[in-house]
Design a protein around this ligand. Structure first.
Ligand SMILES: [Zn+2]
Length: 244
């Protein structure tokens, strides 16, 4: 691990697609870090080229030591799953859809089974979109039990929306949030808000992170919401902030 003070303008990411039958698409975006003209700087990690090129444009004098903290970097012994997540959550880059080769007889394509896979896919999509709609518009999951809506067989049940779809959405957003915060500034502000649920009279506390990016654009994200049953003293709030 030499050259820790090498500036980013003298570095580059070498993309090298592995010589295997079906190399993952992530290798179009991840590669080893090299110093110009052609000296390997770190042969234990792979670096995200999209993050790197952006950083290099923004801060040509930033050194290798700082680069490592700011961009997507993964050990070369780990699988490609984390890299796929990084590409999707930070750069919205998805695996290109391959044309599937099927052994199915052509007639079976028109049979009932074919229809049922179609409808289960539709059901999955609907489940995802309905759960997202409930989250964004703060709607109860019970809306799918409405008489008119629930008469449609494609509409997933309330128990499918939560927890199955809700957990999936949570995982994607959690990952995305982690990546965004990793690239944000070092000293953000955290505020909290407490409120009481009108019907069950339970108290909740929510933490929000705020910061300005390098273009002075304001960003804020909710970090956590949790029940807050103890007395609302400064001391109790401080303890919770420290955990967040
Ligand atoms: Zn990246």
């Amino acid at each position: 691990m030499t050259n820790i003070y090498c500036a980013s303008k003298n570095l580059f990411i070498k993309i090298n697609i592995p010589n295997v039958p079906k190399p993952s698409f992530v290798w179009n975006y991840f590669g080893y870090l090299y110093k110009k003209p052609n000296e390997s700087v770190d042969n234990e990690h792979v670096y995200c080229k999209i993050c790197f090129d952006k950083l290099k444009d923004d801060q040509p004098d930033i050194n290798f030591f700082s680069i490592r903290k700011l961009i997507g970097i993964y050990s070369n012994t780990s699988g490609t799953g984390n890299m796929k997540n990084h590409l999707l959550s930070v750069h919205q880059v998805k695996e290109p859809q391959q044309t599937k080769i099927t052994n199915q007889h052509i007639l079976s394509m028109f049979s009932r089974d074919r229809h049922s896979t179609k409808s289960s896919q539709l059901k999955q999509q609907l489940g995802h979109q309905l759960a997202l709609m409930c989250c964004r518009d703060l709607l109860p999951f019970s809306i799918v039990e409405n008489e008119v809506v629930s008469s449609k067989s494609e509409i997933p049940s309330r128990t499918t929306l939560s927890p199955i779809n809700l957990n999936k959405i949570y995982d994607v957003y959690y990952q995305k949030m982690k990546e965004i915060l990793k690239l944000s500034i070092k000293f953000p502000t955290i505020t909290c808000d407490t409120w009481c649920d009108k019907y069950k009279h339970r108290s909740y506390i929510c933490f929000t992170i705020h910061y300005l990016d390098s273009n002075l654009q304001y960003h804020h994200y909710s970090l956590k919401t949790q029940p807050f049953d103890e007395s609302h003293t400064g001391e109790a709030i401080k303890d919770l902030v420290l955990v967040v």
